[in-house]
Design a protein around this ligand. Structure first.
Ligand SMILES: Cc1ncc(COP(=O)(O)O)c(C=O)c1O
Length: 389
């Protein structure tokens, strides 16, 4: 057999798959608490599950579906954008369902990047932006997200020759992993920058409805004229606790929506209708439970922040997202700290460097463990002798 394509050389196994093996082995010796992944532990609201069961019980819901999905599903996305963002979308040309936004993010790079094209990517950032670029033969240019700039990239600092070769600009707010948020003025600036430099602005809004104290996380499409240069990835994974269901959408610029649609007609065969119908129920049904769910995350956030600050680890208090971005004790690297906490406290965190070089000096702590488990994890971390109190 001949070897796989050279493209596969870009493909390192994900950090989390390696970690899962390590944790499995450790579980022989003790109870490991995982605060590394961002996978919601709470279920979706009961009507969503009922919709899935009802639909799956019918005899006529088991065939292939069209790539655009049922009209009422797209109408549900349109309704959600109107309700949450006051943004009007056309259900036929500006909404494309995805098998989770990860799929769409990866495929968008394949659809837009030729070998040598540049994608402007936040560092630290969600890894699929750079993996997609690498698979397409494109070149990532990493834009540092620094604490002193409140984790917003300095678009004006990108060298002119890099901008000339760039096709895609990736942004993600509320941000993974830094848990930072972007003011509307930054989005305005990004839209102007994309228009001036002929870029496609891709905003990943995976955490747009995991917010605290009534904070409103804006859609990039709230900026007047954004649709001319921008698309947004909207995920149901975190908003509706539906991570395993694999559902998201690309919304915005109709030309880009059509292009990704063309690619997907070659790569997949849409989704299972009962899942699409349950997603429609999620977006059109009672939304009050999301506020209650966010209050649970907020209590967890406060518990984690209280512990960390008590240990002298001065993490910023997030207004949104599922994470706390925590500086590591002086003298340790992100990886050192993560390893020590895992080995000594049996608590698993994600080293910031998993998300890029500028993640050094931080760990990401996820709030997606049951509150009592999170409290136990904080107790264990507090008792570690190597952390100066
Ligand atoms: C920033 C960001 N974008 C996209 C995704 C992928 O989400 P989905 O479940 O919709 O594929 C994640 C998942 O953790 C994420 O953190």
């Amino acid at each position: 057999m001949k070897p796989p394509s050279s493209r596969m050389e870009q493909s390192a196994p994900s950090f989390f798959s390696g970690l899962a093996v390590r944790i499995e082995a450790m579980r022989q010796a003790g109870d490991v608490i995982r605060l590394d992944e961002g996978s919601p532990d709470l279920p979706p609201a009961p009507p969503i599950i009922a919709a899935l069961i009802n639909s799956a019980s019918a005899s006529n819901t088991h065939s292939y579906q069209t790539h655009r999905g049922p009209k009422d599903l797209r109408a549900a996305w349109v309704g959600m954008y109107q309700r949450v963002h006051n943004v009007t979308l056309d259900p036929d040309s500006e909404v494309l369902p995805l098998l989770g936004t990860k799929e769409g993010i990866f495929h968008l790079s394949l659809a837009y990047l030729d070998p040598g094209d540049v994608a402007l990517i936040p560092d630290p950032g969600y890894i699929t932006y750079s993996r997609g670029a690498a698979f397409a033969g494109g070149r990532p240019y990493f834009m540092p997200l620094l604490q002193e700039r409140t984790y917003l990239p300095d678009l004006d600092a990108i060298p002119a020759d890099v901008v000339r070769k760039a096709k895609l600009l990736w942004l993600n707010y509320p941000n993974n992993p830094t848990a930072s948020v972007a003011p509307l003025e930054f989005f305005e600036k990004a839209v102007v920058f994309a228009r001036k430099n002929d870029l496609l602005l891709c905003h990943d809004a995976a955490y747009s409805q995991v917010t605290y104290h009534g904070y409103h996380a804006a859609s990039i499409l709230e900026i007047p004229g954004a649709k001319e240069v921008a698309v947004e990835f909207n995920s149901l994974s975190k908003t509706y606790n539906m991570a395993g269901w694999r559902l998201g959408a690309l919304v915005g610029n109709p030309q880009v929506v059509r292009t990704l649609f063309m690619l997907k007609t070659n790569a997949d065969s849409s989704h299972f209708l009962p899942i699409l119908q349950a997603a429609t129920e999620a977006m059109t049904g009672d939304q009050a439970w999301i506020t209650e769910r966010n209050q649970v995350y907020q209590q967890r956030r406060d518990l984690v922040i209280h512990t960390l600050h008590g240990l002298g680890l001065m993490a910023a208090v997030p207004q949104a997202s599922l994470y706390v971005w925590c500086p590591v004790p002086t003298g340790l690297t992100s990886e050192d700290f993560t390893n020590l906490v895992l080995d000594q406290a049996y608590v698993s965190l994600t080293p910031g460097t998993v998300f890029g070089d500028h993640g050094e000096g931080y760990v990401r702590i996820s709030l997606t463990a049951p509150t009592e488990r999170l409290a136990l994890a904080m107790q264990r971390i507090s008792s570690l002798s190597f952390i100066k109190k």
